[in-house]
Design a protein around this ligand. Structure first.
Ligand code: GUN
Length: 293
């Protein structure tokens, strides 16, 4: 039987309409819109593309965005000075430091420099710490993991008591999504490059979050029948049949997984649109929160 498709694009579109209404209400009340400050250091083309997409989405929902482009050889101080300027700017409510930063920059120091009230990426160590602790709630949670959790909820998936497996332990996705699943009372296994028996572990899981960055890594034959599969991967692979010569595939082999899973996201059109939407939602929340302080 073929799995239900979890349509991230449809959920994202619906949420963006609500965020747009919230941004308009904010603008009407305060005379200026919610604002996002983006910091991009270096010339990583994928990062530049992400920042462009995030800014375009801001424009669509009526959030002001202010981008700061720094060269790859910028100093630690220069990056932190831009963050300090955004912290002090009353028209900026959220700060996005696009990762990865150039190798010589101390990422942790930059993320720590972001005002916790404007930490719409949820990467400040205090927010991540609170995400991991029982009985504590972070002000903001990272966009991609939040998008995964919203898709699970929207699909009616019960996390309580479910067995969830997260494949990948990155700071941006794997680790925070594992913490969020734990907060949602799932029993969580985290796999990574040194894990020996990934297929056997996947076979036990009711929920599979694939965030390992390897094209079509997870095979349909590994899945417990009926498992819910959230594919975070966006891997560019050669495709001679495509006029561009490439296409994007996820971390899950969709063609086999769709026959084993109960529900599954597509790539593209699954988690991707949710990531940007969660950033917009966090920026609106930050603006409303700051206005109420
Ligand atoms: N790089 C890849 N994903 C992300 C993200 O969600 N936020 C930031 N700041 N950088 C990223």
């Amino acid at each position: 039987m073929s799995a239900t498709i979890i349509d991230g694009k449809a959920v994202a579109d619906r949420m963006q309409v609500e965020i747009g209404a919230g941004a308009k209400a904010f603008q009407d009340k305060f005379g200026f819109p919610p604002g996002l400050g983006a910091v991009l250091a270096g010339d990583n083309p994928a990062s530049a593309q992400y920042v462009r997409m995030k800014r375009r989405a801001c424009e669509k929902v009526g959030i002001h965005s202010d981008a700061h482009f720094l060269t790859a050889d910028s100093s630690q101080q220069e990056v932190e000075d831009v963050v300090a300027g955004l912290n002090a700017d009353p028209h900026i409510h959220g700060i996005l430091v696009q990762l990865p930063l150039p190798k010589h920059i101390d990422e942790e120091r930059v993320l720590r420099a972001v005002s916790i009230d404007k930490d719409v990426d949820g990467f400040h160590p205090i927010n991540i710490g609170m995400l991991g602790m029982k009985g504590r709630e972070p002000l903001f949670t990272p966009a991609t993991p939040t998008g995964c959790m919203v898709l699970l909820k929207e699909s009616g998936v019960k996390t309580e008591g479910a067995s969830a497996i997260v494949i990948g332990r990155s700071n941006i996705v794997g680790l925070p999504v594992a913490l969020m699943l734990m907060k949602a009372n799932a029993t969580v296994t985290v796999c990574h490059s040194r894990t020996r028996n990934i297929p056997e572990l996947v076979a036990q899981a009711d929920i599979v979050i694939a965030a390992i960055g390897q094209p079509e890594f997870v095979k349909g034959s590994w899945l417990k029948p009926g498992a819910v599969v959230i594919d975070v991967g966006t891997n560019k692979v050669d495709d001679p049949n495509d006029e561009k010569g490439y296409k994007y595939v996820g971390d899950v082999e969709f063609a086999s997984a769709v026959n084993a899973a109960g529900a599954i996201t597509r790539v593209p059109g699954g988690v991707g649109p949710m990531t940007i939407t969660m950033l917009l939602a966090n920026t609106l929340k930050a603006a409303q929160r700051i206005a109420a302080l």
